[in-house]
Design a protein around this ligand. Sequence first.
Ligand SMILES: Nc1ncnc2c1ncn2[C@@H]1O[C@H](COP(=O)(O)OP(=O)(O)OP(=O)(O)O)[C@@H](O)[C@H]1O
Ligand SMILES: [Mg+2]
Length: 318
Amino acid sequence: MRAVDGVSFDMMAGERRGVVGESGSGKSVTAMSIMRLIEPPAGEIVTGTIEFQGQNLLALPEDDMQDVRGGRIAMIFQDPMTSLNPVYTVGDQLIETIMLHQHVSKHDARRIAADALGDVQIPEPMARLDDYPHQFSGGMRQRVMIAMGLSCNPDLLIADEPTTALDVTTQAQIMDLMLKLAEDRGTAVMLITHDLGVVAGFCDTIQVMYAGGIVEYGNATDLFGNPQHPYTWGLLGSMTRLDESHTERLHSVRGAPPSLINPPLGCRFNPRCDFVQDICHDSYPALRESGRESQIAACHLATELDLNTIDVTGVVGS
Ligand SMILES: Nc1ncnc2c1ncn2[C@@H]1O[C@H](COP(=O)(O)OP(=O)(O)OP(=O)(O)O)[C@@H](O)[C@H]1O
Ligand SMILES: [Mg+2]
């Protein structure tokens, strides 16, 4: 089975990229591939290149890749308990990461670690270094992960649904904090989320994934205002608008995502598409420009469809 196939994209320094798409569309696999965390027997990167600052990450020896991981590229996962080791203090783990990537003494690493905790607004950071992960609340642990992710000043921070395990208020605070810290440091962020409201509010560019591939990419304003792929249109239509009744949905995507073991022939979205035509069963549509400069879509009909526009003001995630 190809969980992700033919995914190719560039990111600019400092860019804030939102990655959206239904469950199982390949968002996490894409992120983990960048970090080279897809390993046999669970999976394998069969072909491709992942170019980062002029280097193909797939060709790097594992030692060099370890410098990249956590150093130049950091990743924050949904559940911090799976990333933090329960038997070591938060300070030990932060200090270890810092010493692995920066040539500093243990004493300096401890100070950098405390500063990092302070940056994510953990009170009394120096004292909290000696606490174990279970002594922090869920939100605090996620702040620790952000501190750890940013402690080595990465050029790219990949955040895979970093706040879904938290309550809504804490989610918003942590997302704000993470994006502000990244912005202050000029760190590019790849934010994987189901929350289109967050994407509308924070991201410069959006990548929509469907059944293991990118189906549309563009800058946020163009993509929200003028979706070119029927799947994007469906996804956006399922958002609730603040200025209208909370139950109103413009339209949504009917049906369920296809099996990746035996995907539909032609366009993988064809069984669910309201605009389907013969050509959609015959050939797989390549990503191509779709009228607007920034926007590309993998739809045979992209330039012909006139999908209604969506005003993103006051949009919240569904
Ligand atoms: N480590 C892995 N190696 C190989 N295949 C994987 C791995 N993890 C997940 N998959 C498969 O890849 C496909 C895409 O999964 P992925 O986790 O990337 O989806 P997702 O878009 O992140 O979904 P969600 O929104 O639920 O997190 C799924 O069919 C899944 O079974
Ligand atoms: Mg995922």
